[in-house]
Design a binder for this molecule. Structure first.
Ligand SMILES: [Zn+2]
Length: 232
């Protein structure tokens, strides 16, 4: 095994959610040989998921996503450790669910995302954000030890929302690109390419109109951010 592969084998990441964006992300991480992946997902597979949640098949409808994802990813790579937690992240369990992993890929509803953002800030552990809606996608990372922008700095309109505003249309082009770029952020962290991570800015794209380069939107740490300004 090469040195780079060994670095991935020793990597451990917690992924919150196993939906549209996380499907390609999880496939990339598992195929790439990330040694341990914790999947935190309480939801079940629905027919309407299948246009973008490429980990699942029609025969999986009604099953727990975490369990199906775990089985499929272990089928892809039986040599890694994949654990699934059929739980919704909340104040009571976030510390337990994320305690062991040195890096988290956040996800879920806004309240859960904000909770994970605060947990990573308070524990000083890096966090990757990758999301998609409509034809748009966004990727960014937070490294608390470098005092980079947090989720609330990057998405100041979102952090006060406690509830999802409901389902939004999204296509698999957007989720596939966002998930793959999110997996790249994870791999950059564990492979030591941390200077190349997307911090203090968001990588943005339109999957239908993309003609080449990604767009970057600067989002430096906001000294007045109501969330991260409370942490060192
Ligand atoms: Zn902030």
């Amino acid at each position: 095994m090469g040195a780079r592969q060994a670095q991935l084998q020793n990597a451990h990441v917690a992924v919150i959610g196993a939906g549209g964006v996380k499907s390609p992300l999880l496939l990339c991480l598992a195929a790439g040989g990330v040694g341990r992946i914790d999947i935190i997902e309480f939801d079940r597979v629905e027919l309407s998921n299948l246009n973008r949640q490429i980990l699942y098949r029609t025969s999986d409808i009604g099953k727990l996503k975490g369990e199906v994802a775990q089985a499929n990813l272990l089928d892809l790579n039986p040599e890694i450790d994949i654990r699934c937690f059929n739980e919704r992240v909340c104040e009571q369990n976030v510390g337990r669910l994320l305690a062991e992993s040195p890096l988290s890929v956040e996800g879920g509803a806004p309240a859960g995302r904000n909770l994970i953002n605060r947990y990573c800030l308070s524990s000083g552990k890096p966090m990757v954000h990758c999301s998609a809606q409509f034809a748009y996608g966004y990727v960014f990372s937070m490294i608390p030890q470098q005092r980079t922008a947090c989720l609330a700095c990057a998405f100041p309109d979102d952090h006060t929302r406690s509830h999802s505003s409901g389902p939004v249309p999204v296509n698999a082009l957007s989720t596939m690109i966002a998930g793959t770029l999110g997996a790249a952020e994870v791999m950059k962290w564990f492979l030591g390419y941390r200077d190349f991570m997307t911090v203090d800015r968001k990588k943005c794209f339109n999957s239908l109109l993309m003609v080449g380069d990604f767009e970057f939107e600067e989002c430096p740490r906001n000294p007045a951010c109501p969330i991260c300004s409370r942490f060192q």
